[in-house]
Design a protein around this ligand. Sequence first.
Ligand SMILES: *[C@@H]1O[C@H](CO)[C@@H](O)[C@H](O)[C@H]1NC(C)=O
Ligand SMILES: *[C@@H]1O[C@H](CO)[C@@H](O)[C@H](O)[C@H]1NC(C)=O
Ligand SMILES: *[C@@H]1O[C@H](CO)[C@@H](O)[C@H](O)[C@H]1NC(C)=O
Ligand SMILES: *[C@@H]1O[C@H](CO)[C@@H](O)[C@H](O)[C@H]1NC(C)=O
Length: 216
Amino acid sequence: MTHITSMLIVTCTESLLSHDEECFALYLFKQSIPHVYFETHGVRKFDSWKITTNASDNGSSNCCLWDGVVCSSDEEIPDEISQLRHLSSLDLSGNPLKLQSPSLEKFVQNLTGLEELDLSGVDISSSVPHFMANFSSLRSIVLYNCSLQNEFPWAILQLPKLKFLDVASNPNLNGSFPEFRNSLLEHLDLLDTSFFGIVPESIGKLHRLTFLCLTS
Ligand SMILES: *[C@@H]1O[C@H](CO)[C@@H](O)[C@H](O)[C@H]1NC(C)=O
Ligand SMILES: *[C@@H]1O[C@H](CO)[C@@H](O)[C@H](O)[C@H]1NC(C)=O
Ligand SMILES: *[C@@H]1O[C@H](CO)[C@@H](O)[C@H](O)[C@H]1NC(C)=O
Ligand SMILES: *[C@@H]1O[C@H](CO)[C@@H](O)[C@H](O)[C@H]1NC(C)=O
């Protein structure tokens, strides 16, 4: 069975893309969905997702009218995302979004199957929830420049599949280093954070580490 496991968020305000480019990106997203998905689910949802070849409107399409697409000029991340229990990859980076109501804690509480999370540039302004250390599928966490606060749960650094962790540019984020276990960690970026304390010798167990930045 094929699941759609990624989501695309289009922001119509302050976007680098024009409206037509955004519509075309959505269209390409539809085209990328394997045919077998439509065959097994009989989804007619995407029928309206068409780029018109109507010369009189320059071949553009108003994708805001497509089934399931909502164009909005406010900066609330849609709540529905937090109910996608099978979501494996979530990338909202680079959008001028705020994640305060719901908080990051509420927002991710049921996204237990996440493998990749990138919220770079999203204004989170809260702590990273401890329970994320139980999201055992996580391979990549990028929370660069998110105004994170308080202590980073060190147990996240011990997630067995974690390869990539970037929490740089969060000056109010502090934390200390755990004993490292043999792990797959390749990239650890803590630039411009307030991590403190001694780096344990067990960091030598991170045989795959190719990028390490601990400067604060
Ligand atoms: C083409 O676009 C024009 C202007 O938007 C509209 O009036 C016309 O009905 C469209 N034609 C077709 C075939 O969709
Ligand atoms: C997460 O799941 C629980 C249990 O099903 C539910 O009560 C809660 O509202 C869900 N949280 C979110 C943010 O969807
Ligand atoms: C951090 O994010 C804010 C808000 O999205 C943005 O204005 C700022 O340029 C970003 N700073 C860096 C260093 O990326
Ligand atoms: C992680 O899951 C275990 C087992 O379900 C639970 O006992 C523990 O409290 C959880 N840890 C966190 C930080 O949520």
